[in-house]
Design a protein around this ligand. Structure first.
Ligand code: AGP
Length: 619
C-alpha cells in the first residue's frame, strides 16, 4: 500500500530515490513521483503508471539535488492520475510530502483548511498534510510536522521537505511502517528494509507517534510531546541479492525455487541437538502450560497457513484452536481472555487488519504471539512474543516462500507446545523431527521435477489457456482436498485468482456433494489434492464423481502411487512421499507453479497483479 523513501546525503538524490523505489514498487504501482531540494526550491516530477514512466521522464528532465523524497502509489483516495500522485505540496510550493496510509479525518481537515484560505488541487487525503505543515511552519520543519500530525486521525508514514531547509528532512509514523536507514554520510527514511539495502543495513524502527529529522550526518528522533529519544540502529541480516531476481524471469518464480533453502535454514536455525529454539519468543513456558485454547488470526495466504496450523495443533498438541480472518476477528466479540493464546501470522507484519486484531486480543487480555517475516515490523513489536520466519524479503505480491516458512514454523511451534504441555512424548518428538528434516531435500526434489519437466505443469497451463479460449473465456478452476491439505486447496485457488484473474474456488472435497458439485460439467478444471492420506479412498471417490460429470482433473498425487493412474484423470503431477501431516509443504509447490504458469500463458504481470499491493496497510 504505497512505498515511501527519503534520502539525505551526498549522492544525486533522484538516482538513489529511483533505485529505492524500484525495490518498493511491489507496494504500489499505479503512479510514482519524487521531490528534491534544489537551490532553495522544491523540484518534483510525478507520473501516472508504473515506475518506468517516471524514470523515462527523469531521463528527459533530470532533477539535481542531494536530498529528496519518493513515492510509489496504490490509490485509495482519488483515481491514479498525475495530479493525485505524490508528492503533494502546500500553497507556497515550498513544502512537499509523500505519504503511505489513510487520513481518516481528511474531509474535516480539508474543510477547515479551505476556510483558512488553503487551495487544494488533488482528490487525495494526503494533501491536507502539506497544508497543515504550512499552517504550523515557523521556520522549523520538525516542529511544524509535530504540530501537524497531532491533528491526523488514521494511519500515516510520511516524509516531508521544506525548501528553506536545504540540509534536513522530516519523517513521522503512525500505524504505517517507517524505518530510518543509518548510512555513512547519508541517511534514509523508507517503508521497508529492502529499499535501502544497497546503501546500509543499519536501521532504526520508528514507533507510532514518533517524528524524526535526518540530514546526511545526523538523526534526531522526538516523540509527539517533543521529547528527544535515543535509539540505536539494528543490523539487519537480509542481503541485496535476496531482493533481486537473480536470473529468474519473475520474483515469484525465484521465491518458489527458494523454498527448499528457506525451510532448510529454518531447521538449521531452530533445531540444535534436536532441541527447538525460539530465542526471540519472550513468552515463558508456563504460559503455554496454562493456556486453555488458541486462536490463530491472519489474512490471505497467512490465513491459509493458520488453518493448516489448526490441524497440526489440535492433532499433535491436543489443544482447541480456532482460526479467524483478521478483519472478522477484530469486529466481532471474540471470546478470548487470559487463558487464550492468540497467534497472529503476517509476512509483512504490517497488515492493518491483523495489527488491529492483535490490539483487540491484547485489550481482551489474551497472550499474543506474532509469526512474522519482517524484522521489527509493527505486529512483531506489539505482540507479547514473536517468532520470525526469516524467509528473506518476499517481493512478489503473490506469497509463496513466506507461506511454506509459516507452515514450517507452525510445525515446530506445535511440537514445542505439545512437549511443554506433556502431550508429545520425547519419542514422538524425535519421530516427528526425523520426518520434518526430510522436507528440505524433498522440496528440492519436487522443484527439480518441475525444472526438468518431469512434472509437466507448464504444459498443462498451456492446454488450459487453449481450452479457456475455445470455451469463450468461460472456464474456471475448482480446488478440492481433504483434511490437512484442505487449506492448500484454498491457497491454490487464491494464487490462481491473484495472478491469473481466473475464477477459482477451494473446497473441502467432502463438501462437494453439498453444493459445488452443481458446478461440474465439462467447464471447470478441478485440481484434486490426492496425495497419500488416511482418507485417500474418499478423495478417489470424489475424483470419480467429478469424472462422471465431465470435469477435467489435475490430480496431485504421491510418487509411486499406482492407483491414481487407474482413475483416468486428465493430468497428474507427483510429489515425493512424506507423512500426511507434513505433506502440505510439498503440495504447495505444484499449486504455486500452476498459478504461475497459467498467468504466464496469459501474459499477465505476475509480480505486480492488478489492484493488489504486497502489504495491505489500510483496512
Ligand atoms: C497472498 O498471495 C497475498 N498477496 C495476500 O493474501 C497476503 O497473504 C495477505 O495480504 C496477508 O499479508 P501478510 O502476510 O503480510 O499479513
Amino acid at each position: 500500500m504505497c512505498g515511501i523513501i527519503g534520502y539525505a546525503g551526498k549522492k544525486v538524490a533522484a538516482k538513489v530515490l529511483i533505485n529505492s523505489l524500484r525495490r518498493l514498487e511491489y507496494r504500489g504501482y499505479d503512479s510514482a513521483g519524487i521531490a528534491v531540494l534544489q537551490d532553495g526550491s522544491i523540484n518534483f516530477s510525478k507520473k501516472a503508471g508504473k515506475l518506468h514512466v517516471l524514470t523515462d521522464e527523469l531521463k528527459r528532465f533530470p532533477l539535481e539535488g542531494n536530498i529528496g523524497a519518493g513515492h510509489v502509489r496504490w490509490a485509495t483516495h482519488g483515481v491514479p492520475n498525475e495530479v493525485n500522485a505524490h508528492p503533494h505540496l502546500d500553497c507556497t510550493g515550498k513544502i512537499a510530502v509523500v505519504h503511505n496510509g489513510i487520513i481518516e479525518n481528511y474531509q474535516a481537515l480539508k474543510t477547515m483548511l479551505i476556510k483558512e484560505g488553503h487551495k487544494f488541487v488533488s482528490d487525495t487525503d494526503t494533501e491536507v498534510i502539506p497544508h497543515l505543515i504550512e499552517k504550523y511552519y515557523k521556520g522549523y520543519l520538525l516542529e511544524a510536522v509535530r504540530q501537524a500530525v497531532k491533528l491526523l486521525k488514521g494511519s500515516y508514514a510520511i516524509c516531508c521537505l521544506h525548501a528553506s531547509d536545504r540540509k534536513r528532512m522530516v519523517g513521522a509514523r503512525c500505524d504505517s511502517p517507517l524505518i530510518i536507514g543509518a548510512g555513512k554520510n547519508e541517511n534514509f527514511f523508507a517503508s521497508d528494509a529492502p529499499a535501502i539495502l544497497d546503501y546500509t543495513k543499519n536501521v532504526i524502527f520508528l514507533n507510532n507517534y514518533e517524528i524524526a529529522e535526518i540530514s546526511k550526518n545526523t538523526i534526531k528522533i522526538i516523540n509527539i510531546n517533543g521529547k528527544t529519544l535515543s535509539r540505536k540502529p539494528t543490523r539487519i541480516k537480509w542481503n541485496i541479492s535476496q531482493a533481486e531476481k537473480s536470473g529468474f524471469k519473475h520474483f515469484m518464480l525465484k521465491e518458489i525455487f527458494e523454498q527448499s533453502n528457506v525451510v532448510g535454514d529454518i531447521l538449521k536455525e531452530r533445531l540444535k541437538n534436536n532441541k527447538i529454539h525460539f530465542e526471540e519468543l519472550a513468552i515463558k513456558e508456563k504460559v503455554f502450560k496454562g493456556i486453555k485454547n488458541m486462536a490463530i488470526v491472519a489474512c490471505g495466504t497467512a490465513y491459509h497457513a493458520a488453518l493448516t496450523g489448526k490441524y497440526m495443533l489440535e492433532d499433535l498438541a491436543e489443544i482447541p484452536v480456532w482460526v479467524d480472518t483478521s478483519s472478522e476477528f477484530r469486529y466481532r466479540k471474540p471470546i478470548v481472555g487470559k487463558n487464550t493464546l492468540v497467534i497472529l501470522i503476517s509476512q509483512s507484519g504490517e497488515t492493518a487488519d491483523t495489527l488491529h486484531a492483535l490490539r483487540e486480543a491484547k485489550k481482551r487480555k489474551a497472550k499474543t504471539l506474532a509469526v512474522c517475516n519482517v524484522l521489527g515490523s509493527s505486529i512483531a513489536r506489539e505482540a507479547d512474543g514473536v517468532i520470525y520466519t526469516h524467509a528473506g524479503p518476499e517481493i512478489a505480491v503473490a506469497s509463496t516462500k513466506a507461506y511454506t516458512a509459516q507452515l514450517a514454523i507452525l510445525y515446530l511451534l506445535t511440537i514445542y507446545i505439545g512437549r511443554i504441555r506433556g502431550v508429545i512424548s520425547g519419542k514422538t518428538k524425535k519421530k516427528l523431527l526425523k520426518e520434518f528434516k526430510k522436507i528440505p531435500r524433498l522440496l528440492k526434489l519436487t522443484l527439480n521435477d518441475f525444472k526438468s519437466n518431469k512434472n509437466k505443469i507448464a504444459e498443462y497451463a498451456k492446454n488450459f489457456r487453449k481450452y479457456y479460449l475455445e470455451k469463450h473465456n468461460k472456464s474456471t478452476f475448482l480446488y478440492l482436498a481433504r483434511n490437512i491439505n484442505y487449506p492448500n486447496a484454498l491457497e491454490g485457488a487464491l494464487k490462481l485468482k491473484e495472478i491469473s484473474y481466473i475464477t477459482a474456488e477451494g473446497y473441502p472435497a467432502g463438501e462437494m456433494k453439498h453444493g459445488p458439485i452443481a458446478l461440474i460439467d465439462e467447464n471447470p478444471w478441478v485440481v484434486c489434492i490426492a496425495t497419500k492420506a488416511k482418507i485417500y479412498e474418499k478423495m478417489l471417490s470424489n475424483i470419480q464423481e467429478i469424472k462422471a460429470r465431465g470435469g477435467i482433473i489435475i490430480a496431485i498425487a504421491t510418487k509411486g502411487d499406482k492407483e491414481i493412474a487407474s482413475q483416468n484423470v486428465n493430468y497428474v503431477v507427483k510429489v515425493p512421499e512424506i507423512s500426511e501431516l507434513f505433506s502440505p509443504i510439498l503440495v504447495a509447490i505444484p499449486l504455486q507453479l500452476l498459478a504461475y504458469y497459467v498467468a504466464r500463458e496469459f501474459g499477465y504481470d505476475i509480480d505486480q497483479p492488478r489492484n493488489l499491493a504486497k502489504s495491505v496497510t489500510v483496512e
